[in-house]
Design a protein around this ligand. Structure first.
Ligand SMILES: Cc1ncc(C[n+]2csc(CCOP(=O)(O)OP(=O)(O)O)c2C)c(N)n1
Ligand SMILES: [Mg+2]
Length: 447
């Protein structure tokens, strides 16, 4: 009884402290609620990025479909040598891609992915970044590495996984590059894992007095990957713990067979930036000068404000998703043929260069000839090159000392090599492909 009375008295006191006499209530109809600066309004106003009249976030463009400057557009700062370097890199990409695609078809490598249709997005963005900005790619961004001077030898060595693959030592699938030297973080196939990691890398840059205000972390991801929770985790992280993280969404219209229209109902990926308080721009990903200008400005903001910026580059994936895909099973061949012609990123930029007398037909032929020869030469050199020593398989799986389970696997393979290595033909021929032919593992006394 006593406890119930005490409780009633406690509740009465609490109520008195909350409920004010009406004379003390403010007559101010507007103002702000304590946790927001949102203005008060008597009108009920639902907002959406999908508007009744279909208005969408505009797409920034500099060149029209035939390479002429758009009315009111400003050219990015660009001298002839730089403009030509951009073009040469754009032309190189499909030459490498076509060859490697065929090489995969011949069974010489296990897998390949092209950047067909996204040459302007890749090269324009790479050209806008500093070469020591950190890149966290999804898998289609080989062009950014080539821009930085990674070179065809390294590309071939990685794709063939041979003993010159210093990038991933034959441990990764083709095109899953990694390079400390070129500030390119290791590609991992699980989608969007690179996005929160990039916000972390951006934060690390911000904490480093030698890099703060100088570099950013640039993360590439597809519009499909942006459906992953990791995309939102990364955006939120860069928004609440600000860091110079440049989010580059490559909206190429497809996530394998799923069209972008089935990935989101809102206005693309760009519509999500303002939700995180992140400066956002949508660019024409087929217009290399728009990408160059857009990413340059995004990078400037990133570094100056120490905050995340989002750029959505709109393009069309002209190639199949990868060599494991046949896209004509889910999209009309004619659509692809049309998109190859309309707004073609390379042809459009070439027209711009020709109009300025920075390029001509003769140079075009000379360039294509040279690039094809270079690519073939690198391919021939690496095609038959031996792979890493078998022993290498167990090295560098983790940092530091080799853990017991890896040691156990190494011993198991040693035992199998002793048993079958010399006597069973499939093993004999497989071992010949490796430097040392497995002998180094048998001789290894480290365990
Ligand atoms: C977490 C996860 N789910 C599914 C996959 C299989 N997968 C690989 S690539 C891909 C499509 C990604 O599309 P997008 O992000 O738009 O990039 P794009 O290939 O168009 O460049 C899918 C579903 C995966 N690798 N990881
Ligand atoms: Mg996509």
């Amino acid at each position: 009884m006593l406890r119930a009375a005490l409780l009633r008295s406690h509740i009465r006191k609490q109520c008195r402290s909350y409920v004010r006499p009406t004379s003390q209530v403010s007559a101010e109809p507007y103002g702000h609620l304590p946790t927001s600066q949102s203005p008060i309004t008597p009108r009920m106003n639902f907002i959406n990025s999908v508007t009744p009249d279909g208005t969408q976030i505009p797409t920034y463009r500099v060149l029209d479909g035939v390479g002429q400057l758009l009315d009111g557009a400003e050219l990015p700062e660009l001298d002839e040598a730089f403009a030509r370097k951009i073009y040469e890199n754009m032309v190189q990409l499909p030459i490498v891609d076509n060859l490697m695609n065929n090489v995969q078809r011949q069974g010489k490598i296990s897998f390949y992915m092209t950047a067909h249709g996204e040459e302007a997005t890749m090269i324009g963005s790479a050209a806008a970044l500093a070469n020591d900005d950190e890149i966290l790619g999804q898998y289609r961004e080989m062009g950014t590495l080539l821009w930085r001077g990674f070179g065809l030898d390294n590309v071939m060595a990685q794709c063939f996984g041979n003993h010159q693959d210093t990038s991933t030592k034959g441990k990764q699938m083709p095109v899953h590059f990694s390079s400390k030297e070129y500030h390119f973080h290791t590609i991992s196939s699980p989608l969007a894992t690179q996005v929160p990691q990039a916000a972390g890398v951006g934060y690390a840059i911000k904490r480093d007095p030698n890099r703060r205000g100088k570099n950013c972390a640039a993360v590439y991801f597809g519009e499909g990957a942006a459906s992953e929770g990791d995309f939102h985790a990364g955006m939120l992280l860069a928004s609440t713990i600000p860091s110079p993280t440049l989010f580059i969404a490559r909206n190429n219209g497809f996530a394998i067979s799923t069209p972008a229209s089935e990935q989101y109902h809102g206005d693309g990926i760009a519509a999500r930036g303002p939700g995180y308080g992140i400066d956002t721009l949508r660019v024409d990903g087929n217009d290399v000068l728009a990408v160059l200008s857009g990413i340059r400005e995004a990078r400037r903001r990133c570094i100056e404000q120490g905050r995340g910026v989002l750029v959505e580059a709109m393009s069309y994936r002209v190639g199949h998703h990868s060599t494991s895909d046949d896209s004509f099973a889910y999209r009309p061949r004619q659509e692809v043929e049309d998109r190859k012609r309309i707004d073609n990123p390379i042809a459009r930029y070439r027209k711009f260069l020709e109009a300025r007398k920075w390029w001509d037909e003769e140079e075009e032929e000379e360039l294509k000839d040279r690039l094809k020869k270079d690519v073939m030469k690198a391919f021939k050199k690496h095609e038959t090159m031996q792979r890493h020593e078998v022993k290498e398989m167990f090295e560098d799986v983790y940092g530091g000392e080799m853990p017991w389970n890896i040691k156990e696997q190494r011993e198991e393979l040693k035992a199998l090599l002793k048993k079958y290595g010399k006597d069973w033909e499939p093993w004999r021929s497989e071992l010949k492909k490796h430097k040392g032919e497995g002998k180094e593992l048998l001789e290894d006394k480290s365990s």
